[in-house]
Write a protein that binds this ligand. Structure first.
Ligand SMILES: [Mn+2]
Length: 324
């Protein structure tokens, strides 16, 4: 792990753990496999140390990740009155503004994240843009600390790494990542069961929506840029939010010759846009033009205003990026 001061950061993190009892867990809004996996893993780690967990927004957990050990029980528990947290963990999240609404950090706050656009101003900020996932970072912290790797923690961390490496296909798939995945499997993570839960448990209507989005692909810039969109009426016609295909924008990048794919999702207040690039274009910088962020190959932004006007602005900026 390239974090030189990992030991002192980890000491500071465990200092906060040692001197507090109730921990608030938060990640970025619209959580993905890494965000959920890392939070669920940390929930087990803290509980195994006798601590209490309060999730900021567990109801936002997508159905695909409810198989993670402990999530269903915590969803049931979240309906009851919650104790007041006295410290906070922010995972896989580059700033407190990217957390779902209503987030109010309590007490000392620790951020563990791998986004290159991280701007967190927490008390302890552990950031490694070279890490494949927040799950990988948690593994390194556990190992350096000599903490046990339970089957539940291994399952959560494997899910983080599997999803954030695009099933071990992206450039963040290092030898170290594969070695860690091997250790997680030895500790009880079941790769086939986790892959089935993450990727083969979709809403049936979601595939029909995906077909409609793919039938509408528009290629530009001599086939190097491709984009499509999910308008609100189309989403409603195919089962609503629960059907929104996860990471369809990555599939859109798969055509030969495509460098950048863009998927626009209309929202009641404007749009969300997801960017992917295959090899060259830094889409985190592109998303940064719209106050978004992410990674060089995967980024996004959320904009407020008229849909058509926003879409036009984003496409114009993207075309200019392609010309650089
Ligand atoms: Mn991540």
């Amino acid at each position: 792990m390239p974090i030189e001061n990992l030991k002192s950061l980890s000491d500071a993190m465990f200092g906060i753990i040692g001197s507090n009892q109730v921990f608030l867990l938060a990640g970025h809004k619209r959580p993905d496999g890494d965000s959920m996996g890392a939070q669920a893993a940390l929930a087990h780690i803290l509980r195994d140390m006798g601590k209490t967990i309060v999730w900021h927004d567990l109801n936002a957990c997508p159905p695909a990740y409810r198989f993670l050990p402990g999530i269903e029980a915590d969803l049931a528990r979240a309906k009851e009155p919650q104790p007041k947290p006295d410290a906070t963990f922010l995972l896989d999240c580059s700033s407190t503004e990217r957390v779902a609404p209503g987030f109010a950090p309590q007490g000392p706050t620790v951020c563990i994240d791998h986004h290159q656009t991280n701007q967190a101003t927490t008390d302890v900020n552990i950031v490694d843009p070279a890490a494949s996932s927040t799950g990988e970072m948690l593994y390194e912290i556990l190992e350096a600390r000599g903490l046990p790797l339970t089957e539940a923690v291994a399952t959560c961390l494997y899910t983080s790494i599997l999803t954030d490496t695009g099933s071990f296909r992206y450039s963040n798939t290092t030898g170290r990542v594969m070695a860690i995945a091997g250790r997680l499997i030895e500790a009880g993570a079941d790769p086939a069961a986790i892959a089935r839960a993450c990727f083969e448990n979709r809403e049936p209507a979601s595939l029909i929506l995906e077909g409609a989005v793919l039938a509408d692909l528009r290629y530009e810039c001599a086939g190097r840029l491709v984009w499509s969109e999910i308008r609100l009426d189309r989403l409603a016609a195919h089962g609503g939010e629960a059907s929104e295909p996860e990471d369809l924008v990555s599939k859109m990048r798969s055509a030969r010759g495509v460098e950048v794919s863009i998927l626009f999702k209309e929202t009641p207040t404007g749009l969300r846009v997801s960017f992917r690039s295959k090899h060259v274009v830094d889409v985190a910088a592109l998303a940064g033009r719209f106050e978004g962020g992410g990674h060089a190959r995967a980024a996004g932004a959320e904009l407020t205003g008229g849909y058509d006007d926003l879409r036009r602005q984003v496409l114009e900026t993207a075309r200019a990026f392609m010309a650089q």
